[in-house]
Write a protein that binds this ligand. Structure first.
Ligand SMILES: Nc1ncnc2c1ncn2[C@@H]1O[C@H](COP(=O)(O)OP(=O)(O)OP(=O)(O)O)[C@@H](O)[C@H]1O
Ligand SMILES: [Mg+2]
Length: 378
């Protein structure tokens, strides 16, 4: 198939690209058919307010080949069991770990499995306010009618409590400490006070099914700063990077293939190129070659998530610039922006890696990586 005809079929559809398409629908939309099947076949006991039983939720996340359910998270199955059990208790779930270890993905999958909805999400940051977490007001109605349920604009926490659904709190440790602490009574007493309202309206009691999944990155301000009162209300689970090379490679091949298909690329990524990519990421991440020799590691994050996004970019370059799968030379062009960012020391380390280490590996794509080293900027 020629590059041109493949592009039209895969990327933009019959209307020539006029119909806008969601770039990344939430998990409950991406896997709607799997969730519907699991729900229809689910005969096990479910915790109150849950859309699926624990067994079905586990299969949704870890996959079930016989039932045609895709594996979405690669990791220790017992982590998933502990996470699900925590969500059925009165404690929140805190997922901590290195950047790019799929904490956000796991929290999205858990929320989709437990509540059928992963969109009640608060993105934590230095400027996050209590309004964005709990509720705010429609000022026109507030002025016209005073505070009332009608003039109240619920934010994810209030909605999750009132509707009995899981609320996701991303990067919680990036929020100011006093803002984090507004989760204390929702987590311990399962109630949210609305002091502006009166009577029955002044309290929102959490419905069955409500809980909170927070994520925190070990490279940001750590969980150590979090108040001990709040820490006690969460069960902590660490999400570790993928230890095994073959497992990481299989994941990168599958994820990059999926992203490329969604981007309209109709050729599969080359496995030998992705093998070079995953090996280079692992060596630069841990500061050791696959033969066991010490080498310089990069200070930039070289996570699996970054490897997937570079593999995507490599495939896009190959296809949209030349109409073929990406090669190791494309990898060199894509690496600078990921691995070196604005750090000149990392760029120098990366250059030394391409000069000294790439030539020691056998294989055509390693040779190409070495030959293309001059494509690094600077
Ligand atoms: N164990 C894993 N299972 C499945 N996908 C993984 C895994 N590790 C990394 N990934 C890849 O990383 C992507 C998810 O990264 P995600 O953003 O969830 O990481 P994160 O831990 O939240 O990172 P950050 O700390 O930067 O927020 C996935 O879409 C997938 O491509
Ligand atoms: Mg994240």
């Amino acid at each position: 198939m020629s590059a041109g005809s493949g592009r039209t079929a895969g990327a933009v559809g019959a209307d020539g690209g006029a119909t806008p398409r969601v770039q990344r629908p939430p998990a409950e939309v991406r896997y709607a058919d799997e969730l519907a099947r699991l729900r229809a076949e689910d005969t096990a006991e479910r915790p109150p307010g849950w859309a699926l039983s624990l067994q079905a939720a586990r299969r949704f996340i870890l996959g079930d080949e016989r039932a045609g359910i895709r594996r979405k998270f690669v990791g220790d199955p017992s982590l998933i069991d502990r996470a699900l059990v925590t969500l059925a208790t009165s404690r929140g779930l805190m997922l901590v770990g290195e950047p790019g270890t799929a904490k956000s993905l796991l929290s999205e999958l858990l929320a989709a499995a437990v509540s059928g909805d992963s969109t009640l999400t608060i993105q934590g940051g230095a400027a996050t306010t209590e309004d964005q977490i709990k509720y705010s007001w429609n000022y026109a109605l507030l002025v016209a009618e005073g505070p009332s349920r009608r003039s109240l604009v619920p934010a994810p926490l209030l909605r999750g409590m009132a509707e009995g659904r899981v609320v996701r709190f991303e990067e919680i440790t990036r929020c100011p400490l006093e803002v984090q602490d507004c989760l204390l009574s929702p987590l311990s007493d399962r109630v949210l006070a609305l002091p502006e309202l009166t009577g029955d309206d002044a309290m929102v009691f959490a419905q069955e099914g409500f809980n909170i999944i927070a994520t925190a990155n070990t490279r940001d301000r750590g969980v150590n700063d979090m108040s001990s009162a709040l820490k006690r209300r969460f069960n902590f689970e660490t999400v570790f990077p993928i230890a095994d090379f073959d497992t990481e490679l299989t994941l990168v091949v599958a994820e990059a293939g999926e992203l490329l298909r969604r981007s309209g690329v109709t050729v599969e990524p080359r496995r030998d190129v992705l093998e070079v990519l995953v090996t280079a990421f692992r060596e630069l991440r841990i500061g050791q070659t696959s033969r066991g020799d010490a080498m310089e590691r990069l200070s930039a994050v070289m996570s699996t998530a970054e490897a997937v996004s570079v593999a995507h970019a490599v495939g896009l370059r190959g296809w949209f610039l030349r109409g073929e799968p990406g090669t190791a030379a494309d990898l060199v062009s894509c690496l600078a922006g990921t691995a070196a960012k604005d750090n000149p020391d990392d760029l120098a380390r990366l250059r030394r890696y391409l000069e000294q280490q790439a030539s020691r590996h056998a294989g055509g794509q390693w040779k190409e990586l070495h030959t293309a080293r001059h494509l690094l900027p600077g």
